[in-house]
Design a protein around this ligand. Structure first.
Ligand SMILES: C[S@@+](CC[C@H](N)C(=O)[O-])C[C@H]1O[C@@H](n2cnc3c(N)ncnc32)[C@H](O)[C@@H]1O
Length: 221
């Protein structure tokens, strides 16, 4: 990441000191409305179908499954790859401790701007950029190795070399014992992450449009 990029990213970042426990901000923002959110998501898909990979945001059932698999209770730092319009982001924030931080990396500049405008939570840092730069973003914000990385990015539609670099960056960034939770319709992500992190736990979330696979890896060393 260039200095110029880093400076611009910092300027556009939502970041402040962690709140005290008694004045924790509401994790659920002043919601612009579920239908508005779905419409913005659909617009993002129509503009960049391969990048977004889905026409509708994740269901509540999927959000809850991701939160359970990521085991966020004691996490100090968590990373989300591909937050989109932020439904999954808000679910992660609701489960995170008051002093924790969530770094959200989103390739789509419209989605990233929407996240900054709609989620007023000082634990959230939004970066416009690619998941492959996860290490540079963590270093730029002086964040510790994440206890969990949650990903909704479509590994099946991106160039294989990029998918491979992202999987390697995720494995390198995770804290020992940390968890990588990735949800996908297809199993492409498993082919990229397994060489770095070993065999995943795999399951389906049926209450989602469309049903998706959820893969969970734990970094052992
Ligand atoms: C299927 S959507 C998931 C959105 C949201 N997390 C949800 O579950 O409703 C995938 C998101 O990943 C983003 N994305 C795709 N490639 C990316 C990359 N290399 N780095 C960061 N974000 C990426 C897309 O712009 C999109 O917002």
């Amino acid at each position: 990441m260039s200095n110029e990029h880093r400076g611009a990213a910092r300027a556009a970042t939502t970041h402040a000191a962690a709140p005290r426990s008694h004045d924790r901000p509401p994790a659920r923002p002043a919601a612009p409305g579920a239908w508005r959110e779905r419409l913005d998501f659909l617009r993002g898909f129509l503009a960049h179908p391969q990048q977004v990979g889905s026409v509708i945001p994740s269901s509540r059932a999927l959000e809850q499954r991701l939160v359970r698999r990521a085991r966020l209770e004691d996490a100090r730092c968590v990373v989300e790859l591909g937050p989109g319009t932020g439904g999954t982001t808000r679910a992660l924030l609701r489960a995170l401790a008051p002093q924790a931080q969530l770094l959200a990396i989103e390739l789509g500049s419209d989605f990233a701007a929407r996240l900054r405008a709609t989620i007023g939570d000082p634990r959230l840092i939004v970066e416009t950029g690619s998941a492959e730069d996860i290490g540079a973003y963590l270093a730029a914000h002086r964040l510790p190795a994440p206890a969990a990385i949650v990903s909704g990015i479509p590994f099946s539609t991106m160039p294989p070399a990029l998918a491979d670099r992202i999987a390697a960056a995720v494995a390198a960034a995770l804290a020992p014992g940390g968890r990588f939770v990735a949800y996908q319709v297809r199993a492409a992500v498993a082919g990229y992450a397994t060489p770095h992190l070993g065999a995943p736990q795999a399951e389906w979330e049926w209450i989602n449009i469309p049903p998706v696979r959820v893969f969970t890896w734990t970094r052992t060393a």
